[in-house]
Design a protein around this ligand. Structure first.
Ligand code: NI
Length: 248
């Protein structure tokens, strides 16, 4: 159930049976020679929609632009500053909490978002903690799940891609997007076959260390079929995680 395809009356009815909502969060950034710019947002969105269908959960609009300053050396990449992303998350959660939502389950597709999203949750909790005694602000709970860290995702990454998964522009995430958008599948030469590993600071530093955008990966191994395998295995993990979160 997608929030933006509901009427307000349908949302009001949903709130009588659940106060949980899933918020996909990704990024719009380069993903190497054959990966789509929208990879992280696409992955978060397709997992969120599948979990929403399986768990009868409402899915909020995807936060498609994340904290990706280090990718700005590549055309098409976009970023929000950490402070902007914290404000966006805070305003979205506060808007929804006004209606009675109190369990916010973020499905994330981008490692670069983790620190900022975690800080956003702290800001949200701080608003309650710092409010005057006797305030009537709703008590809310937020959690972040990185789909690529679900047990099934880690197992399949090892089984399908071994030491060529890497950490950016991975064959796992590229496979999921190829499954989701078969008309957008790209092919490109990978040179070297497996990209270098390492750390980075800003956009210029990143581009000089990782000239084609990949880190440690060989996304030439990606395929739509692998993407379907990953989707089918990971969605049940996330559904279980969502149900446990609602019950906590
Ligand atoms: Ni990614």
């Amino acid at each position: 159930m997608l929030l933006h395809l509901c009427t307000w009356a349908e949302v009001e009815a949903y709130l009588k049976r659940s106060t949980g909502i899933i918020i996909p969060i990704g990024s719009t950034e380069q993903h190497g020679p054959n990966g789509l710019i929208g990879t992280d947002a696409i992955c978060a969105e397709v997992f969120a929609r599948a979990v929403g269908d399986a768990a009868d959960a409402l899915v909020a609009p995807t936060i498609s632009v994340g904290m990706a300053q280090h990718h700005l050396g590549f055309p098409g990449s976009m970023t929000l500053r950490p402070s902007t992303l914290i404000a966006v998350i805070g305003d979205m959660v506060t808007s929804l909490s006004r209606h009675g939502f109190d369990r916010f389950f973020f499905i994330n597709g981008h490692g670069g978002n983790v620190a900022t999203v975690t800080a956003a949750f702290s800001e949200i909790y701080a608003e309650n903690s710092l409010a005057p005694a006797g305030h009537n602000r709703p008590s809310i709970r937020c959690t972040l799940r990185n789909w690529y860290e679900a047990p099934a995702a880690k197992r399949l990454s090892r089984e399908l891609f071994g030491g060529e998964e890497g950490s950016h522009a991975t064959p796992s995430e590229v496979s999921v997007t190829f499954h989701a958008y078969p008309d957008a599948v790209k092919q490109a030469e990978m040179s070297p076959r497996v990209a270098p590993n390492g750390s980075f600071t800003d956009a210029a530093d990143y581009r000089s260390r990782f000239p084609d955008g990949r880190i440690g990966s060989n996304p030439a191994l990606a395929s739509a079929a692998h993407g379907k395998t990953i989707m089918d295995a990971v969605v049940p993990d996330l559904v279980e995680s969502y149900r446990a979160f609602l019950a906590a």
